[in-house]
Design a protein around this ligand. Structure first.
Ligand code: F6R
Length: 588
């Protein structure tokens, strides 16, 4: 979603904010803007398009205090007028979140004579501040927030105040202390300047000035909040030698599995989680997008290990149609960012129903960690590419260990072998290019498989469509003949995953059905026999290293991520920043 950043210190703010915004751009890249303050005057540069578009305006932004924004459009198209900061009267405001009652507030403020310059929900905040302001920024912010419905992280510049104010409800916000004082949506934007960080509580209001940070609760009583060393969560946001973050992060799959095993198999309290799972009447896994696809895999893994009824739920649905959890149930919320609004809300609802809440997440200071009873860390390191890759295999590793009561060490050892296999897949990606070429020549691509391969197929399809914009879908192979086969002709490609000997024959039937309708077929398999039989008859066949069926998911995931990456490049798409998307979807 949108990213916000603020700085107050001794150095020029514009360049620091610009660098911060570049790091936050993974959250949205529809438009960007910066406001700075100098001697009672506010200077603003903003425009549609990427953060880079602000570079030439930086020298016009005077002062050592300022705020910045990179936008993922929700209300109003991605143009200059709708770019943040939004200014009115003595205020400039940046916002991440959604103001749900903006239309009602807009009507009220219009009636009081306010004229609006954009179609955004966020602009009402600048007008409300102006409406309530009587010389005290924190108080105006308190009164304005009391009128808002929805979720927000806000940073506010006021011409009369040498600093800026921030507050949050439901959206992420981190305060930083070091060389100057900062606030940002993500720790990565604190840009090496902050030695210590703090996550303010919901409703807190902080005043950030060149001489320090004062934090107040929602009633403006001063509160102390703990700061922790940034080095404990140092983000790794370097592309290395890779042309794209996506390729670099696919290359970190194996490392992620190893680090996750090392950390989770010895996690204090893991025994307690295993025993909760063992005693549960229901185990409900929640997630969105790729995290939901990991949850699907989790159903097979946990379903085979525990007596409970194990189900996976799309978080945005589960929130309004809760899966009947009780005090004996366990809910496992899966989220890379730990900030996805749908997942956090559904997890809260599960907890309110009495369930024991386990969060499987890559971000140890995220919102979901504050509602969970137990956090299972995905040790992927910072994932910058909008498409989830290494975090997905890390989530799978966590779910494997959760599904191994009393023998986490044994499963971890197996996962380390899978990590070696992933490395071999990534090192020999020539087949990925061949399959990607078939994808870009196709009108549609169907990913199919049976058993765990069906789950991998769904994720492979999501990866391809989001980075290459090729229409694709993922199915259990047996479903093809119940409808989708009607679409198959020579312009359609089926990518068929076959990794389970017991199911191979049935999958080969699906291949025959496609070939006899002149569809194209690419096979991705860990089975040498299947490869030998099918490679002469299909358009491409990729033999992955051998792996037991329950671990092959790691190999097919890496292979299909590479196919998607190559297809994006062949189509001239930016795989790191797919159109219309953003990482960390903090709106519902
Ligand atoms: C796909 C992708 C998204 C996320 C989804 C959930 O590649 O990245 O589908 O998986 O938005 O995000 P998290 O895991 O942060 O909750």
């Amino acid at each position: 979603m949108c990213g916000i950043v603020g700085y107050a210190g001794r150095d020029r703010a514009a360049e620091i904010l610009f660098e911060g915004l570049k790091k936050l751009e993974y959250r949205g890249y529809d438009s960007a803007g910066i406001s700075t303050r100098d001697r009672g005057e506010i200077f603003t540069a903003k425009r549609g398009g990427r953060v880079e578009g602000l570079r030439l305006s930086l020298k016009e932004l005077k002062g050592t205090v300022g705020i910045g924004h990179t936008r993922w459009a929700t209300h109003g198209e991605a143009n200059d007028a709708n770019a943040h900061p939004h200014a009115f009267g003595r205020f400039a405001v940046v916002h991440n979140g959604i103001i749900e009652n903006h239309a009602e507030l807009r009507a009220e403020l219009r009636a009081a004579g306010h004229v609006f310059a954009s179609q955004t929900d966020s602009e009402v905040v600048a007008h409300l501040l102006d409406f309530y302001y009587e010389g005290d920024l924190a108080d105006a912010l308190r009164l304005a927030c009391a009128r808002l419905k929805g979720c927000w992280a806000l940073a506010v510049l006021c011409a009369d105040f040498d600093g800026f104010a921030v507050t949050r409800r439901g959206s992420s916000l981190i305060l930083g202390r070091g060389e100057g004082f900062m606030a940002a949506s993500d720790i990565c934007a604190l840009g090496g300047r902050s030695a210590f960080y703090c996550v303010p509580e919901e409703g807190d209001i902080a005043l950030v000035t060149p001489s320090g940070i004062e934090i107040f609760d929602a009633e403006l009583s001063p509160v102390g909040r703990a700061f922790s060393p940034v080095r404990d969560v140092e983000p790794d946001s370097d592309k290395g030698d890779c042309p794209h973050y996506m390729l670099r992060e696919i290359g970190q799959n194996a490392r992620t599995v190893r680090a996750t095993c090392a950390s989770v198999a010895r996690l204090p309290g893991l025994k307690e989680v295993h025993s909760r799972l063992g005693a549960a009447d229901r185990i409900a896994l929640l997630g969105c997008g790729t995290a939901y696809n990991a949850a699907l895999a989790g159903v097979r893994l946990l379903g085979g290990a525990y007596d409970a009824c194990v189900t996976a739920h799309i978080a945005s649905e589960a929130r309004f149609d809760p899966p009947g959890l009780t005090a004996r149930s366990v809910c496992i919320a899966v989220s890379q960012s730990g900030e996805t609004a749908d997942t956090v809300m559904a997890a809260r609802a599960a907890r309110e129903a009495g369930a024991y809440l386990v969060a499987v997440t890559n971000v140890g200071y995220s919102a979901i960690t504050r509602v969970a009873d137990k956090v299972i860390p995905v040790c992927a390191g910072t994932e910058i590419c909008v498409a989830a890759t290494k975090s997905y295999v890390g989530q799978l590793a966590c779910l494997h260990i959760l599904a191994s009561p009393g023998r986490a060490d044994v499963r971890a050892a197996q996962l380390l072998k899978a990590a070696d296999g992933i490395e071999r897949v990534v090192a020999d990606g020539s087949r990925a290019l061949e399959i990607a070429r078939l994808c870009v020549r196709s009108r549609a691509v169907f990913f199919i498989g049976r058993g765990a391969d069906a789950d991998a197929a769904v994720e492979g399809s999501l990866k391809l469509k989001e980075v290459s914009y090729i229409f694709s879908d993922g199915y259990p192979a047996g479903e093809l003949k119940h409808g989708t086969l009607a679409l198959v002709d020579e312009s359609v490609l089926a990518i068929v995953l076959i990794t389970d000997e017991g199911l191979a024959e049935k999958c080969e039937n699906a291949v025959e059905q496609i070939l006899s309708r002149r569809g194209r077929v690419a096979v991705v398999t860990t089975l040498a026999d299947v490869h030998r039989r099918l490679s002469p008859r299909t358009d491409a066949a990729w033999l992955l290293p051998p792996a037991p069926a329950h671990l092959s998911h790691f190999l097919t995931a890496a292979a299909l991520q590479l196919v998607a990456y190559r297809a994006a490049l062949l189509r001239g798409c930016d795989p790191d920043k797919p159109r219309n998307l953003a990482k960390s979807v903090t709106v519902e």
